[in-house]
Design a binder for this molecule. Structure first.
Ligand code: NAP
Length: 317
């Protein structure tokens, strides 16, 4: 059987992945199709290649009548209606674990860059403030910094492991207590009151939507920093901008945004805010590992074997 594989995401995917996928069936890219070709793709597509954030609704499944597998290049699958896929017996794979290290590194880098004002420090030099005798404001030390990690899953645990080496005092918020020595908070609000830095590492779900709101930012307080490497939807952007305007919190490091790739202008040019364009997993090594895992899942599907990394709750063979 010849499988029809459609790249359904507009995000760029590694050349290696695309060239390997082409060896496994008829390949097409949604954005390159004209109306007639798209109509044909609706009929014949077996595998949809998507990336974190791609929206797959009931309507998408209705159009792609024969789709059997969704291969997600990413760990987050918040854009995919998973329950509908389960009802329709559709496989979904994603790429957990292989990206933990680089996403955790990004979280720590954002926290370090915000608390030590690295971006502002470079601007300070470029503006010749240093040369002209100005003094950079003092930064905040990692030593003894109380860091609350919201979501102690695959990535959250790696963030915590790194922060241990920096001598931070670590706590976490999750559904339940884990077998770790860090402090556990059953309430995000209580953890926000306790910590100097709040790092968000939970998935985007109905429950976590805007979990960082005005109240949480108030609790984090004027010496508190927010880092978000999870999804933009977890932070109420308007509340965050107000909190930064009114010095309700000390600063923020953000890799993800509610309307990305659009980032509100109000977040720009603040010495206490560091912004990165959703590059948590964006290293050559990790993107290659993610590509290999996508391919291994597609190969397992084609061979009728259990998927290597299926999305929880979906079928595996
Ligand atoms: P994971 O292993 O599933 O861990 C998620 C953690 O969040 C778990 O500790 C879970 O708690 C906790 N959690 C989930 N919903 C919660 C809720 N309503 N209340 C309290 N705790 C909750 O996920 P992961 O692999 O670490 O990935 C986390 C997220 O990072 C992904 O979903 C994705 O959106 C994002 N991400 C971003 C990038 C990037 O480039 N910036 C890259 C990769 C991933 P329990 O264990 O107690 O259930």
């Amino acid at each position: 059987m010849t499988y029809h594989i459609l790249k359904y995401t507009d995000s760029s995917l590694p050349d290696f992945l695309i060239s390997e996928v082409k060896k496994r069936g008829e390949f097409a890219e949604k954005k390159a199709l004209n109306a007639d070709e798209l109509k044909q793709a609706y009929e014949e597509t077996d595998i949809l290649l998507v990336s974190g954030g791609t929206i797959i609704t009931k309507d998408t499944y209705d159009k792609f009548k024969n789709v059997k597998m969704i291969a997600d290049f990413g760990v987050g699958y918040d854009g995919i209606d998973v329950n509908e896929a389960i009802k329709r017996n559709i496989f979904i794979s994603h790429t957990p674990n292989v990206l933990n290290d680089d996403v955790a590194n990004t979280a720590v880098a954002l926290l370090m860059n915000t608390t030590r004002q690295m971006i502002e420090a470079q601007k300070f030099i470029e503006r010749k403030d240093w040369e002209n005798g100005a003094v950079m404001p003092l930064g905040v030390s990692f030593t003894g910094l109380k860091v609350g990690i919201a979501g102690l899953g695959r990535i959250g645990k790696e963030i915590a492991a790194r922060l241990e080496a920096f001598k931070c005092d670590i706590a976490y918020f999750a559904h339940g207590k884990k077998d770790v020595s860090y402090k556990f908070f059953a309430s995000l609000s209580d953890m926000a009151s306790w910590c100097d830095a709040l790092i968000i590492a939970m998935p985007s779900t109905k429950e976590t939507f805007h979990c960082v709101n005005e109240e949480i930012l108030q609790k984090l307080g004027p010496n508190g920093f927010l880092v978000n490497i999870a999804r933009g939807a977890l932070v109420d952007t308007d509340a965050l901008i107000k909190a930064l305007d009114n010095k309700i919190i000390a600063g923020a490091g953000l890799d993800v945004f509610e309307q990305e790739p659009k980032v509100p202008q109000e977040l720009f040019n603040r010495p206490n805010v560091v912004l990165t364009p959703h590059i948590g997993s964006a290293t050559t090594y990790t993107r290659m590992e993610m590509a290999k895992l996508v391919l291994a899942n597609i190969d397992a599907f084609i061979a009728g074997k259990n998927l290597i990394t299926k999305v929880p709750g979906t079928r595996d063979s």
